[in-house]
Ligand binder design. Structure first.
Ligand code: ASP
Length: 439
């Protein structure tokens, strides 16, 4: 029976069992057994996803760009993508700011808890502050310079340099459009084949996803800080979570319905496996292979669009992260008793948008860039220590928002270009169980 269950249910069961096993192991004092014998399988799963990320970006983005055939189509799609990404991100920070001003979670933290948190997490916070300082001290145009790699193999050698790989690949794709079709043909044929192989590899990796998320969550539970800390930061966490759930459960499905004609069920049947992987890995980059497969194979977004919009989105479009940065900044200000003017809060909309674009698509990256938001708004950076204890669970949920936003924007862009087909989620079981052909 289990065998015929759709993939998202299997992943969900894996998650729940992982959490249960983690709790039982903590109660029995068997934490080390989980760390030694279960956690490695979670690490292997994340490694598998990361392993496929660079080949996937190369194969699908070159194919995506060169399939566009002419440059004007590319600039049309690029322009739309960037504008919609910026819009969703700014909307998300604004939503966060409205919520944090209404709920005022900072006022529920008393002096004693604040001191305790500041002292307890001072070292970890200063590590993140140092990382952020290194980014900040490199001049205003450094982000632009960082976009252009001086050696493509070096860029590919580090999964953190995805934007550099994307830059190279888009340039390569444009070159492919501009040369004589007869000369381009062997390369496009090769890329087509490569793309198929990579998609098949993702299918195979997804078969072990339920076990991977089981291991990740069991390990997370035995390694997480105590529940007491979470309780102290309850209102802050609730504020962030309300914002993220408004995005995930209402804003994106409604956009997908209004623009793409997706029913609520179709939308979630399509995207939920990617959401569950995002939750378990806390990394949009690691989730990218799954997001691409779901959006293209199951939600009807043409490959021309998904292969262009999603890799870029995974690295630059982070609505969940920007919302969290907005809430966290004001929360810290509130706990220190600082009043921020409307002007200062509008400044946070801008810096959180930029900081989320600059955040790498890996666990905790949003927290590092938060330092920059705090610095720009004149909020003490040491305040980072206040929110450390609960960062991981919030990171898991904001990554879901990041990934869901990418998928939604790909639907909007596809629709606007007449490249949105029908969602075909019903063949899900066949697809994973009989190993049926992808197309
Ligand atoms: N973990 C997030 C992501 O990969 C980034 C962050 O907010 O820390 O999308």
């Amino acid at each position: 029976m289990i065998k015929n269950l759709p993939l998202h249910w299997k992943i969900l069961i894996g998650m729940v069992l992982g959490i249960l096993v983690g709790i039982i192991a903590s109660m029995m004092g068997a934490n080390q057994i989980i760390v030694n014998w279960v956690k490695p399988f979670g690490t292997i799963f994340i490694n598998l996803l990361k392993l496929i990320a660079i080949p996937l970006i190369i194969a699908s983005l070159i194919k995506g760009v060169s399939d566009l055939k002419d440059i004007s189509k590319l600039s049309r799609m690029g322009g739309r993508t960037v504008v919609i990404y910026l819009f969703t991100t700014m909307f998300a920070v604004s939503l966060g700011l409205i919520l944090v001003n209404i709920i005022k979670p900072g006022s529920s933290i008393n002096e004693q808890t604040r001191q305790g948190l500041l002292e307890g997490y001072a070292t970890e916070a200063s590590g993140k502050i140092a990382l952020a300082e290194a980014q900040k001290s490199s001049g205003p145009l450094q982000a632009l310079v960082d976009l252009v790699p001086d050696n493509i193999f070096k860029a590919m050698g580090d999964n953190g340099n995805m934007l550099q790989v994307i830059f190279f690949v888009i340039l390569f794709g444009i070159g492919l459009i501009l040369i004589e079709p007869a000369k381009a043909k062997p390369i496009t044929d090769f890329i087509d084949g490569l793309n198929e192989v990579v998609l098949k590899m993702i299918d195979m990796i997804m078969l072990v996803a339920p076990y991977g998320v089981f291991a990740l969550l069991a390990a997370l539970i035995v390694e997480s800080p105590s529940w007491d800390l979470f309780k102290a930061l309850l209102w802050y966490s609730v504020t962030v979570l309300i914002g993220l759930f408004i995005l995930i459960l209402f804003v994106y499905p409604m956009l997908a319905k209004a623009i793409g004609g997706f029913s609520y069920k179709q939308f979630f049947a399509g995207i939920s496996p990617a959401q569950l992987v995002a939750f378990s890995t806390s990394s949009s980059a690691a989730t990218l292979p799954v997001t691409m497969e779901r959006v293209h194979e199951h939600m009807g977004v043409d490959e021309e669009v998904s292969s262009f919009v999603l890799p870029i989105g995974a690295t630059v479009n982070m609505d969940g992260t920007s919302l969290y940065q907005g809430v966290a900044a004001i929360f810290i200000a509130q706990t220190f008793g600082l009043e921020l003017t409307v002007g200062a809060q509008l400044g946070i909309v801008l810096t959180a948008t930029l900081a989320s674009i600059g955040s790498a698509a890996v666990p905790s990256a949003g927290m590092i860039m938060l330092v920059i938001v705090l610095g720009a708004a004149g909020i003490p950076e040491a305040g980072l220590a206040l929110i450390f204890a609960v960062d991981r669970p919030l990171d898991m949920v904001r990554t879901i928002a990041n990934v869901t936003s990418d998928a939604t924007v790909s639907i909007i862009v596809a629709k606007s270009l007449g490249l949105l087909g029908k969602p075909h989620v019903r063949d899900l079981d066949d697809h994973y169980h009989k190993g049926s052909k992808l197309h």
